[in-house]
Design a protein around this ligand. Structure first.
Ligand code: ATP
Length: 885
């Protein structure tokens, strides 16, 4: 039987449930039997497929071809297969590491998704519980309110003006009003999804009102599940830096290929004219071309960036900033403006009523308690949305128990709160049979709907003088940084035909005002100071009254002067053009509607600024989407906003945003350090090979370069990614969002540092040859090659120390990087091992060098530290000069 044709009772009976929900025991059993409420994920690639993907890399293909060719020649000339074995081993290690890193990064992202996973409110054993959406079972009674994602397919039991947006399923973008009555087939065979007004479906969202429903299908049995195969999972997009690096790699690869072909052809001509072409001769020059390719292509770059990013997001999640889109990590570091909600983000959202205005406090308490969705728990503490809970607590302090009141005057109609209208109304049946409506909301809005007021005994005409007095009281409370809410009433002999808010919320009788404190979060003050020193502008956007907003903004040092605040109403009067110019003047926006937020973001973006914006309510989704960094609230945020956000704050805290920016800057800086390290290393190898080829000697073989690039260099590069932030990370203005990889001197640094390492490597070669042969000359030299290899690897290792900071002296760094220390030890051990363990050394064609040679090579390598220190010193000096000039 189709549940939309049945009455609610019939459905409850059929599914062995009741309006109190399932028992926990029953729910567990059903979960065990029917499985989780999850859509099946697209199947992941198999291990073999992943390995194959790694091997498809053009670089690896070149290497495999090289291995095959040297294998064939080795077979013909009966030489050893050492090269082939080493190339294949390095390729395999590299591919396995690649697969491992990839799956680790993927797991990090999955773990984040799990943290950000949605929860649902259900009735279990008659009480409201928040459970993981995947633990929902058929028969569960779920509660829905504006902003919730519908977690499963369900038949409605209760609907208070509930409206659902079902575009994902039906394509219809206008929200559908929901009912609870059974539908009639009429002469149709079935009713289409979009017309089943008493049903809600997984994948749609509640945008207005509230309701409850009984789950009729979960997981793959839902309508969404039926089309799940058609939904391809969105691929994690690459960050701008990753895209730029890929482009760079591609350009480099082609360039290198060109140079290799050129050198190959040139050498071919050379030997043709000289000793004549032989198999061995061609193989040799082919191997030189391959070494150049190996030397020039930064194989580890992409992997290092991915690893550093994924480690970064994992750390950020531990610090309560959950990244939902990887691109956000980079953008965070460029953030120039942070637009933040007030309530809950700058303040604690722990409301307590501390003051009131009115002529009948008892009635005020009654109105505030009844027109309210919070409730008293068994310990007589209010639970629910903090503003509402504070009012229920307030009522209780006056001796009014919410449940007792509600039993006496049951709710029979309601117009739910929304932040556009800033009001909420409920209607209650009284013992007399007549009805009373209570409305609460923003005082300025509510007072304009009042025509009378309650003077403690009777209803009186609201004169201008009284109106003025109320406004005055409101301002007085707001100036004390209190959040002020007003309450009013209206009598009905019979329930109105139309429960539309507009119809209800007029001709009201004013009852009173409550003022509640919402203390600022203590850590936010420091965060704002840090923001400012980091060149980031903090901005408060709130639905609250301007006086309250300004009082809090002043406490937090967000504004100094009243002229920096503006209201939503004023904003409406300003033209788009005007706003674009004036936007920099304002730091506080009060009494705004969610729509204003989009205008504010766009105006800032128009100034070329990178804007972060927080949001929690249903209507905040557009502004979160528009912002460069859309921030959802983990605690108070609705599913809708969390789903479109780039980052979700697990603690709703402004200070967490600033920490995330800091972390974003650190990660970006570190990636640049790793890039500089790897590129300068590649360049040094290219230069060394190039010069050696020009002068006709072999300085390093392809397998040597492979070893350095793929094995010993990658550990320090990753370790640089874990470097702690530098002392001035939050003292500089944000970087330009469009800056290229080589900006801020990185290109120049790569070139001279590459040249530096190349020079010490070549010197090492000649020193090696001199120690071996006792003569300075250009010649093939096994000792020279061994020393060049040792010097190059060790210079890289010492250079990774240099790269801990691009400009600061490494002797002034206050913290240690234990990962880098371990990576350096690993490099040292591996390099020494390949040189001194006889069978490996033989395979690499290394000569057993003496201790004198060993330490000479080390001595040459360590020179890179003082050289870089001296250059950094002058770089700092010139930067200071520029600053003064
Ligand atoms: P922020 O935008 O900083 O989160 P806010 O909570 O004041 O601040 P909204 O939730 O949009 O923003 O609320 C706007 C106004 O509506 C509030 O200032 C208050 O006057 C009124 N209001 C808030 N919650 C309720 C409620 N549950 N019932 C009635 N009125 C409310």
């Amino acid at each position: 039987m189709k549940t939309y044709l049945q009455t609610a009772e019939e459905v409850l009976n059929e599914l062995n449930s009741d309006s109190n929900g399932l028992s926990q025991k029953e729910a567990n059993e059903r979960l065990e039997k029917n499985g989780k409420n999850k859509l099946k994920r697209a199947r992941k690639d198999s291990l073999a497929k992943r390995l194959y993907n790694q091997l498809r890399d053009p670089m690896i293909v070149i290497l495999i071809v090289a291995a095959i060719i040297s294998g064939i020649t080795a077979a013909y000339s009966r030489e050893s297969f050492a090269d082939v074995v080493i190339i294949m081993v390095v390729v395999m290690i590299n591919s396995v590491l690649g697969v491992y890193q990839e799956s680790k990064a993927e797991k990090a992202i999955e773990a984040l998704q799990a943290i950000a996973a949605n929860t649902s409110r259900v009735l279990r054993d008659g009480s409201i519980e928040e459970i993981k959406t995947e633990d929902l079972v058929v028969g569960d009674v779920i509660l829905l309110e504006a902003g919730d994602s519908v977690p499963a397919d369900a038949r409605l039991l209760e609907s208070a003006s509930l409206k659902i947006e079902e575009a994902a399923l039906t394509g219809e973008s206008v929200p559908v009003s929901k009912v609870i009555t059974a539908l009639n087939l009429g002469d149709q065979k079935s009713i289409s999804l979009g017309d089943r007004k008493n049903m809600v479906y997984m994948g749609s969202t509640a945008v207005y009102g509230r309701g409850s429903a009984i789950v009729v299908a979960t997981g793959m049995d839902t309508e969404m599940g039926k089309i799940a195969d058609a939904i391809t999972q969105a691929k994690e997009n690459q960050t701008p830096l990753q895209i730029k690096l890929n482009q760079l790699s591609q350009v480099l690869s082609w360039l290198v290929l060109g140079i290799c072909v050129f050198i190959f052809a040139l050498s071919l001509v050379r030997i043709y004219l000289g000793e004549g072409i032989t198999g061995i001769g061609v193989l040799n020059i082919f191997m030189v071309a391959v070494s150049l390719a190996v030397a020039a292509i930064p194989e580890g770059l992409a992997a290092v960036v991915t690893i550093v990013l994924s480690i970064g997001v994992t750390n950020m999640a531990k610090e309560k900033a959950v990244i939902r889109k990887l691109t956000a990590v980079e953008t965070l570091g460029c953030t120039q403006v942070i637009c933040s909600d007030k309530t809950g983000t700058l303040t604690q959202n722990k409301m307590t009523v501390v003051d009131y205005f009115g002529f009948d406090e008892q009635l005020l308490g009654q109105a505030m308690t009844l027109c309210n969705d919070a409730y008293l728990n068994d310990d007589n503490k209010a639970e629910g949305e903090p503003t509402e809970a504070a009012l229920v607590d307030y009522g209780f302090s006056l001796g009014l128990e919410k449940q007792v009141l509600e039993n006496k005057m049951p709710r029979v109609m309601e117009a739910p709160f929304d932040s556009g209208r800033k009001l909420m109304s409920t209607g209650h049946k009284m013992a007399t049979g007549a009805f009373i409506q209570y409305t609460k909301g923003a005082p300025d809005v509510l007072i304009s709907r009042c025509t009378t007021y309650w003077d403690g005994k009777t209803q009186q005409q609201l004169t201008d003088t009284i109106r003025q007095e109320i406004r005055h009281a409101n301002q007085g409370l707001a100036a004390k940084a209190l959040r002020v809410l007003a309450a009013a009433s209206r009598n009905w002999d019979a329930l109105p035909e139309e429960v539309a808010p507009n119809n209800l919320e007029q001709e009201l009788c004013f009852i009173g005002l409550t003022g509640m404190i919402d203390p600022i979060r203590p850590e936010v003050k420091d965060a704002i100071v840090e923001c400012k020193s980091a060149g980031i502008r903090p901005i408060m956007i709130t639905g609250d009254h301007p006086d309250t907003a300004m009082a809090i903004a002043a406490q937090l040092d967000i504004i100094r002067d009243k002229s920096e605040a503006i209201t939503g109403a004023r904003l409406d009067e300003i033209s788009e053009e005007q706003l674009k110019q004036d936007i920099v003047k304002y730091s506080v926006y009060a009494r705004v509607q969610p729509e204003h937020k989009v205008r504010i973001v766009k105006a800032w973006q128009n100034q070329g600024m990178i804007v972060a914006m927080t949001g929690d309510g249903v209507n905040d989704a557009p502004s979160i989407k528009t912002a460069d960094i859309g921030i959802g609230m983990g605690i108070t945020g609705t599913d809708v906003t969390k789903n479109v956000a780039d980052m979700v704050l697990a603690d709703d805290n402004f200070a967490t945003i600033v920490n995330a920016v800091e972390e974003g800057r650190r990660i970006y800086d570190n990636i640049r350090k790793a890039i500089q390290f790897l590129l300068s290393s590649n360049l040094s190898e290219v230069l060394a090979i190039f010069i050696a080829t020009l002068f006709g000697f072999t300085i390093l073989k392809p397998v040597h370069l492979l070893w350095i690039n793929l094995i010993t260099d990658s550990f320090p590069a990753i370790a640089l990614g874990m470097e702690a932030e530098e002392a001035d990370t939050m003292k500089n203005p944000p970087r330009e969002s469009h800056e290229g990889i080589f900006s801020r001197g990185l290109g120049v640094d790569v070139i001279w540092q590459g040249a530096m390492v190349a020079i010490v490597t070549i010197i090492a070669y000649f020193v090696g040859h001199f120690i071996e042969a006792g003569i300075w000359e250009i010649a093939e030299s096994p000792d020279g090659m061994t020393m060049a290899f040792l010097t190059l690897s060790m210079a890289e290792m010492f250079h990774s120390l240099n790269m801990r900071s691009r400009r600061q002296s490494i002797f002034k760094m206050s913290h240690q990087n234990k990962f880098l220390f371990l990576a350096m030890v690993a490099s040292l051990v591996l390099t020494t091992a390949v040189i001194f363990i006889p069978p490996i050394a033989a395979a690499f064609e290394f000569e057993a060098i003496s201790f004198i040679e060993y330490f000479t090579a080390m001595g040459l390598a360590v020179v890179v530290i003082p050289i870089v220190e001296i250059v950094k010193f002058f770089q700092r000096k010139s930067a200071r000069k520029q600053l003064i000039a």
